[in-house]
Design a protein around this ligand. Structure first.
Ligand code: CP
Length: 317
């Protein structure tokens, strides 16, 4: 594996799940694999789980880690080619990425979308520039349109909580939020669920919140949340802003918040969320504090997913 930007980069989803669960059992079994290697972690946006779990994973493999909050501590980057840099930008990504490629063995980057320009976001302009100029493997810590470390974690979590021969019914539901959020997590979850193929996957959201079909694929879309939740085994809760009316909040319908009453229709579904979550806006306290929530165990699995990804790159780059 030379990079980790989407599900298309992995040799196979089942293999990655097994690798991640292998590290969960034995975190230090490859503790010298990354000896003498350095992971650079570049943040253009905030993070708790991705930052900490990836650091722990890299250390479990014997790697050194350097974290750089480039948005606060670095020069302001120019991302466009051929511009006269007489404005606020100080350093071009051509030099910045190439220089970091000299210092690190793997470069990981978090770069959120602006949600203003759909084409710019959906061509992954920022992360693509780093891939182009760094000259070393690049791992997405969440890009404009995808969050593959989160999605690998999510399939690992569903796999380990499901012991029956039939496929689980997994429902990804939109929920309300006070801010316009990216589509990266739901795009990515849909992409991984479709690639994995081991679930009956349903997406539910108000009309107008359709995801880019490139990611939702053939997943069943149901606009009636109650109907979608019937007999669900897993409920994956997430807000996102509109893809069609790009970056806009077109519904604030609070009845989409996940409560215990909503869960009554499910088959005792486990409730998942990537976190951070706004309590009593997206999911009610009673659910997050109740027995059906697996959000903490899900976040714990971030370490093993990141370790699986880093180990694949260390072994194959
Ligand atoms: N789920 C997730 O990516 O969390 P952070 O934004 O805190 O990294």
């Amino acid at each position: 594996m030379k990079q980790f930007i989407s599900v298309a980069d992995v040799p196979g989803v089942p293999g990655m799940i097994n690798t991640a669960l292998g590290y969960k059992k034995e975190p230090f079994k490859d503790k010298t694999l990354g000896a003498g290697k350095t992971l650079g972690m570049l943040f253009l946006n905030p993070s708790l789980r991705t930052r900490l779990s990836t650091q722990v994973a890299a250390r479990n493999l014997g790697m050194e880690v350097i974290v750089f909050n480039i948005d606060k501590e670095g020069w302001q980057l120019e991302m466009n080619d051929g511009v006269v840099m007489s404005g606020s930008t100080t350093e071009h990504v051509k030099e910045a990425a190439a220089v970091m490629g000299q210092y690190f063995d793997i470069l990981s980057i978090r770069t959120f979308p602006g949600l203003q320009n759909k084409e710019e976001d959906y061509t992954e302009k920022y992360i693509s520039q780093f891939i182009k100029y760094a000259g070393i493997p690049v791992v997405s810590l969440e890009s404009a349109t995808l969050h593959p470390l989160q999605s690998l974690t999510d399939v690992v979590t569903i796999h380990e909580h499901w012991q029956q021969p039939r496929k689980p019914k997994v429902v990804m539901t939109w929920a309300p939020h006070v801010k316009a959020l990216p589509q990266a997590v739901p795009n990515s979850f849909a992409q991984w669920m479709n690639a994995w193929g081991e679930a009956d996957f349903v997406i539910t959201h108000p009309e107008g919140y359709e995801l880019d079909p490139k990611f939702s694929g053939n997943a069943r879309v149901e606009h009636d949340q109650d109907k979608a939740l019937q007999d669900a085994d897993f409920v994956y809760v997430k807000n996102w802003s509109s893809y069609k009316d790009y970056g806009k909040i077109t519904s604030t319908d609070n009845s989409w918040m996940i409560t215990n009453r909503k869960l009554e229709q499910t088959a005792g579904a486990k409730v998942m969320h990537c976190l951070p979550v706004r309590r009593n806006v997206v999911i009610a306290d009673e659910v997050l504090d109740g027995p059906q929530s697996i959000v903490i165990r899900q976040a714990g699995n971030r370490v093993w997913a990141a370790q699986a990804v880093l180990s694949e790159i260390l072994k194959n780059s």
